[in-house]
Design a protein. Structure first.
Length: 317
């Protein structure tokens, strides 16, 4: 019998290679078009040789008007002369730099703020040939930061004038306290409260409830918790009665609890004295003789102060 012929396995076809969609320059242009940023190059004398940007970029200069000029030769509002000198010194030293900020007036008369980064370029023989880098228009971000800063200043000014104690804390750790809060807790200044645990200034029987209210505000989406009466402690341990409420706010990009504390110790004491006055007057009116009247007055005092009646006082018959 003849030998069987072995059929060779069919050769596997290699998948076709994807065709490149343009070179690095094309890809860079595509990225620039999709961003608000720009790409730049300069020569060994720091004069611009290339400046590319997309349609979303708001230029402060006519097209190609920067070519052949140094960055500091183009009118700007920031930085000052010392800032530009420091930037030039870094370029002359052929150092890479990150997040250098400057500002120029746009065609609409509004100031535009920019941040750029760059690194030196050297040829095959190690000779310095210039810089290349990227930049971004950060005007909107800067305006938002300024608006936030002003809002925080207004908040602080209002909080500092509040007769109620105001404390900002993150799960108990105090980050801000106004002057009224310092007075309420017997601190020398608001700074003396910073970094302390607010929970340490709460009567132990109410600490768990305070933590649960904070959790509800920070983690469960509750916008505010109403005023409740609680016992707090001054820094020297003296108990005080307060009404306390809380609301979740954002500060520095993080959610914190704003706690409002209203010292009602004096009011509660006045209410207690008023109740005692009414109790004494009622029991004097109901007593049949002086001995019974004295006993009932002592009873009223003990009940008001939560003392055990008859333990320390008795009527000498």
């Amino acid at each position: 019998m003849g030998k069987r012929k072995t059929l060779a396995a069919p050769a596997r076809r290699k998948p076709p290679r994807a065709r490149a969609r343009g070179g690095a320059g094309t890809r860079l242009q595509r990225l620039i078009r999709l961003s608000r940023g720009f790409y730049w190059e300069s020569d060994s004398a720091h004069r611009f040789t290339l400046h590319m940007h997309g349609p979303m970029y708001v230029s402060t200069q006519a097209p190609d008007s920067q070519i052949g000029k140094t960055r500091w030769e183009i009118p700007s509002t920031k930085p000052d002369a010392a800032g530009w000198e420091a930037h030039k010194a870094a370029l002359d030293a052929h150092l890479a730099f990150r997040d250098f900020e400057f500002a120029r007036v746009g065609p609409d008369g509004a100031e535009r703020q920019f941040v750029i980064s760059g690194e030196p370029v050297f040829d095959a023989k190690g000779r310095f040939t210039g810089y290349c880098g990227i930049g971004d228009d950060v005007s909107e971000r800067k305006r938002a930061e300024e608006a936030l800063r002003m809002a925080e200043e207004r908040y602080r000014a209002l909080a500092d004038l509040s007769p109620d104690g105001i404390v900002l804390h993150e799960m108990g750790i105090i980050q801000y306290a106004n002057a009224s809060a310092a007075t309420l807790f017997g601190a020398d200044s608001p700074d003396a409260l910073l970094g302390r645990s607010l929970y340490d200034l709460i009567d132990p029987q109410y600490r768990d409830a305070a933590r649960q209210r904070a959790i509800a505000l920070l983690q469960q989406g509750v916008e505010a918790v109403p005023f409740v009466e609680r016992k707090y402690l001054r820094l020297d341990g003296t108990p005080i009665t307060v009404e306390v409420a809380g609301v979740a706010i954002r500060r520095g990009g993080k959610a914190v609890v704003q706690t409002v504390l209203r010292d009602i110790t004096a009011r509660k004491h006045a209410e207690q004295l008023l109740r005692l006055e009414h109790a004494v007057a009622r029991r004097l009116a109901d007593a049949d003789n002086a001995a019974e009247a004295l006993r009932e007055v002592i009873r009223a005092v003990c009940e008001t102060e939560n003392w055990e009646f008859g333990r320390y006082f008795c009527v000498d018959e």
